[in-house]
Design a protein around this ligand. Structure first.
Ligand code: MOS
Length: 730
C-alpha cells in the first residue's frame, strides 16, 4: 500500500481499541520472568559459552598472542582470533571491526573469543591469553582536536540562509555562548547477548537487536555469506537506546565460535566490557550565537557543533533542531568532526536533538534573561509554522506554542521568581522550561496477518519491542482493523523469517510498524470479503463479525476451509518532502538546590507533548517518563570519564556511570495534546519515545539557574560546578 496523500477517514478512526489505555499484552510474560530474552532461549540446551577478550590498548598493533595456556585450560573447546577466523568483512553500520587484530582501533575492541563448556571456564581461560602490543599514540581529547576539525562530510553538515554574520553583528541583543556535553553510555538494562547455532550452512541467531533486517544484512556482509541463510530472532529486548541498532561483537563472535567449536555458542558482553567495546553518544562542544531585536524576535541563529569519532565515523548531529525550531531570517549551522581514537560513537537516545537542545535551549534561556522577556514568551514569539530554511514547506502539524502555554498553566509557571529568590527551608528553589523537538521519520514497514477458523488473528512482522510497547500497539491496530477484541489477536515479532518492518529506532517504530500492520489488515479485509461473497466497501468488521446489509457472519467463518493469509507493506510517497513532519513538546522542571552544599534535587517535572495520535496512552506515557528520566540523567549525572592518556572510558560499569534511580525522580507528569496528523500515515500517529528526552536537560539546567543564579554550561551540572557562584549562605 502506498501512502502518498493525506489520510482520510479509515477504520482506525473508530478508536474502539486504538487510543485506549491498554496494559501491555506481554506484561505477564515479563513480570513472571518467562519472556525468553536472547541469552535465555531454550532451543539450544547444549550451548557452550563464549567469553570475549578485549584489547588492552586503544591504538596500535598486536605483536604476539600466546594461546597455549588458554587452549590447555579445562573445558576449552575453541579459541577464535582474527588470525584463525578467516576473511571477515565489515557491516555497513560498524565503524571499527568487531573482531580486531593485528591492528587495534579502540580500547576493548574484541581480539579473541574463548569457547568452553561453562562460562567460568571460558572466562578463566581468556585470562590466560598473553598478548603483546605495540602501542601507537592516539588522539583522545576533543577539546584539543577541535581547532583542526573539519566540517563533516554528511549531507546537511553545513547550512546557511541569509546573512548570518551581518545580522548577528547588527543585532541589538546578542548571545554568544559555548556549551559542552560529555560522552554518554546507553546503559540499557539487558547487556548485548546472543546465541548462535549452525545447521550446515544455515546460521540461526538469537540476539538482542532493534533492527533485524539491517543486522541480518550486516552479519551476511561480515561473514561473506548469503543473508537468506541467516535467521535472526530478537523477540524481547531489554532496552536498546540506539546501542542495539546494529550487530556488535557478541553476535558475530557467537557465530564464529559456534563454527569453530561445532556447537551452539552463547555470548553475553559483561557489563564492564560494554562501555568501551560497544558504541556511545559522542561528547560535543557547541557554540551558539543568537541575535534578536529588543522585542525578542530572532534575527540571527548560529549553531556550530564539534564532536569526534574513529576514522570513517560520523558526527553527533547536534544542530538538527536548530535548523527547524525557531523563525529567523539569517541562519547558519555547522557540524565539525574530529578523528578520535576513543571507542566508536553512534546513535543514542535521540541522537542529534538530545544533546543539541541541551545547548540551544539554555541559550534561549540566557537570551530571554538578557531581553527581560519570560522564556516561555520568547519561544512563543519565535514560533514558525514553516521550515525556516525552506519556507515553502509547511509543518504538517506544529503545536509547540500550545504545549508551552498549557504547560506553563498546569505547572504554575506564573509563580517563578528572579534567580536565587525562592527558599524552602534549606533549599533554593527554581523552575526551568525548554522546548522539546524531534523529527518524525516514516519508514517502509511490512507485516503478515493470518486468520483462522476460530477467528484468531495472528500478526507476524520482524518489528521489535525494545520495551516500548510494540506488541500491544500492533495488537490494538489489528483488533481495530478486523473488529475483534484484543484477546483474539496474537502478535509475533522479531524474527527475520517474518516480513521486514521499520524496526525500532529514531522513534519511527510506533507509527511506521503499525501502518505496515494496517496495510496487511486492509488486504486481509479484502480477502475475507471475497471469501464471504460480500462487497468489501460496505462490509463492517465489528464485534468479531463481518456485517454486510442484513447479513452478519463470524469473522472466522471466512477461514473455515483453511487459514487466510495476507501480507503487505506501507510505503511512503513524498509527503515528508512537501511537509516538515516533527514532534513537539514543552518540558517544565522544578529543582531544589541545597543552599549550603549545592546538592541538586529534582522536585517535579511536567512534559506536554504534541505527537500526533497517541496509540496507547499507557505505553506512550511510559515512553515519555522514561525519556524524561534519561534527560535528567544527562543534566545531572551521566558522564563517561575519558582517560586522555590511554584512550578509554574509565567508569565503565554501572557503579561508576551514574543513571537516575527512583529516588532521583520524585514526580513526573505527562500531558498529550489531542492531535492527529494525517500526513504521517493512516495511523495519523508519530513517535514520542525520543521526544520525551529532547529538551529535558536544558529545562533542568535552566531550573538550577533560576534556583541559584549560577549558569553552568558544562554538563552534567554537578554541585562542584555550582559551589563557587552560590549565593551567600544565609
Ligand atoms: Mo535510536 S538512538 O535511533 O535507537
Amino acid at each position: 500500500m502506498k501512502f502518498d496523500k493525506p489520510a482520510g477517514t479509515n477504520p482506525i478512526d473508530q478508536l474502539k481499541v486504538v487510543g485506549k489505555p491498554t496494559p501491555r499484552i506481554d506484561g505477564p510474560l515479563k513480570t513472571s520472568g518467562t519472556a525468553p530474552y536472547a541469552y535465555e532461549q531454550r532451543d539450544t540446551p547444549n550451548a557452550a559459552y563464549g567469553y570475549i577478550l578485549g584489547s588492552a590498548i586503544a591504538k596500535g598493533r598486536i605483536t604476539g598472542m600466546a594461546l597455549g595456556d588458554a587452549k590447555a585450560a579445562p573445558g576449552v573447546l575453541a579459541i577464535v582470533t582474527a588470525e584463525n577466523a578467516g576473511k571477515l568483512g565489515k557491516g555497513n553500520f560498524n565503524t571499527a571491526k568487531l573482531l580486531g587484530g593485528p591492528d587495534i582501533e579502540h580500547y576493548h575492541q574484541a581480539i579473541a573469543l574463548v569457547v568452553a563448556e561453562s562460562f567460568e571456564q571460558a572466562r578463566a581461560a581468556a585470562s590466560l591469553i598473553r598478548v603483546d602490543y605495540a602501542r601507537d599514540k592516539g588522539s583522545f581529547d576533543l577539546a584539543a582536536a577541535k581547532a583542526s576539525a573539519p566540517l563533516a562530510k554528511e549531507n546537511g553538515a553545513e547550512t546557511k540562509v541569509g546573512d548570518f554574520a551581518g545580522a548577528f553583528a547588527a543585532a541589538p541583543v546578542q548571545l554568544d555562548a559555548t556549551y559542552t556535553t560529555p560522552d554518554h553510555a546507553h546503559a540499557m538494562m539487558e547487556p548485548h547477548a546472543s546465541i548462535a547455532a549452525w545447521n550446515g550452512d544455515q546460521l540461526d541467531l538469537w540476539t538482542s537487536n532493534q533492527m533485524i533486517a539491517w543486522s541480518v544484512a550486516d552479519m551476511a556482509k561480515t561473514l561473506g555469506m548469503p543473508k537468506e541463510k541467516i535467521r535472526m530472532r530478537s523477540p524481547f529486548v531489554g532496552g536498546g537506546f540506539g546501542g542495539k541498532l546494529f550487530i556488535r561483537a557478541d553476535v558475530l563472535l557467537a557465530a564464529l565460535g559456534a563454527k569453530a567449536a561445532n556447537r551452539a555458542v552463547k555470548v553475553a558482553l559483561p557489563r564492564p566490557f560494554i562501555f568501551n567495546n560497544t558504541t556511545h553518544r559522542p561528547a560535543t562542544i557547541q557554540r551558539i550565537r543568537l541575535g534578536a531585536t529588543r522585542d525578542g524576535k530572532l534575527t540571527a541563529i548560529g549553531h556550530e557543533s564539534w564532536s569526534g569519532d574513529l576514522p570513517n565515523g560520523g558526527p553527533e548531529g547536534a544542530t538538527a533542531q536548530t535548523k527547524l525550531l525557531y523563525a529567523g531570517a539569517n541562519r547558519m549551522t555547522g557540524l565539525h568532526l574530529a578523528v578520535l581514537d576513543l571507542p566508536e560513537g553512534n546513535a543514542m537516545r535521540a541522537p542529534g536533538e538530545a544533546p543539541g537542545l541541551m545547548a540551544l535551549e539554555v541559550a534561549m534561556d540566557e537570551l530571554a534573561e538578557k531581553l527581560g522577556i519570560d522564556p516561555v514568551d520568547l519561544r512563543v514569539i519565535n514560533d514558525t509554522q514553516v521550515d525556516p530554511e525552506n519556507p515553502s514547506r509547511p509543518y504538517s502539524q506544529r503545536q509547540l506554542n500550545a504545549c508551552l502555554k498549557i504547560g506553563a498553566d498546569k505547572f504554575g509557571w506564573a509563580k517563578r521568581a528572579r534567580p536565587g529568590k525562592v527558599r524552602d527551608g534549606r533549599w533554593l528553589v527554581g523552575m526551568g522550561v525548554a522546548a522539546a523537538f524531534r523529527n518524525n521519520l516514516v519508514m517502509k514497514s511490512a507485516a503478515r496477518v493470518r486468520l483462522n477458523a476460530q477467528g484468531v488473528v495472528t500478526v507476524e512482522t520482524d518489528m521489535t519491542d525494545i520495551g516500548t510497547g510494540t506488541y500491544t500497539i500492533v495488537a490494538q491496530t489489528a483488533a481495530e482493523m478486523l473488529g475483534v477484541p484484543l484477546d483474539k489477536v496474537v502478535v509475533k515479532l522479531g524474527d527475520s523469517s517474518f516480513p521486514v518492518s521499520a524496526g525500532s529506532g529514531g522513534q519511527w517504530g510506533a507509527n511506521s510498524a503499525t501502518a505496515g500492520v494496517y496495510a496487511a489488515c486492509a488486504k486481509l479485509r479484502e480477502a475475507v470479503a471475497q471469501k464471504l461473497g460480500v462487497n468489501s466497501a460496505d462490509a463492517v468488521f465489528a464485534g468479531g463479525k463481518v456485517k454486510s446489509g442484513k447479513r452478519a457472519v463470524p469473522l472466522g467463518e471466512a477461514a473455515k476451509n483453511g487459514e487466510i493469509v495476507a501480507e503487505d507493506a506501507m510505503e511512503y510517497g513524498d509527503l515528508t518532502k512537501k511537509y516538515q513532519q516533527s514532534t513537539f513538546g514543552a518540558h517544565f522542571v522544578e529543582v531544589g538546590v541545597d543552599a549550603a552544599t549545592a546538592e541538586i534535587r529534582i522536585r517535579r517535572m511536567l512534559a506536554v507533548c504534541a505527537a500526533g495520535r497517541i496509540l496507547n496512552p499507557v505505553s506512550a506515557r511510559s515512553q515519555v517518563i522514561g525519556a524524561m528520566t534519561m534527560g535528567a540523567g544527562a543534566a545531572l549525572m551521566e558522564e563517561l570519564a575519558v582517560d586522555k592518556r590511554f584512550g578509554f572510558f574509565v567508569n565503565h560499569d554501572l557503579a561508576g556511570y551514574e543513571v537516575p534511580v527512583h529516588a532521583d525522580m520524585p514526580h513526573q507528569e505527562v500531558i498529550f495534546l489531542d492531535e492527529t496528523d494525517p500526513m504521517s500515515s493512516p495511523m495519523k500517529a508519530k513517535g514520542v519515545g525520543e521526544l520525551g528526552i529532547c529538551g529535558v536537560g536544558a529545562a533542568v539546567a535552566n531550573a538550577i539557574y533560576n534556583a541559584t543564579g549560577v549558569r553552568v554550561r558544562d554538563y552534567p551540572v554537578t554541585l562542584d560546578k555550582l559551589l563557587e557562584g552560590m549565593p551567600e549562605y544565609a
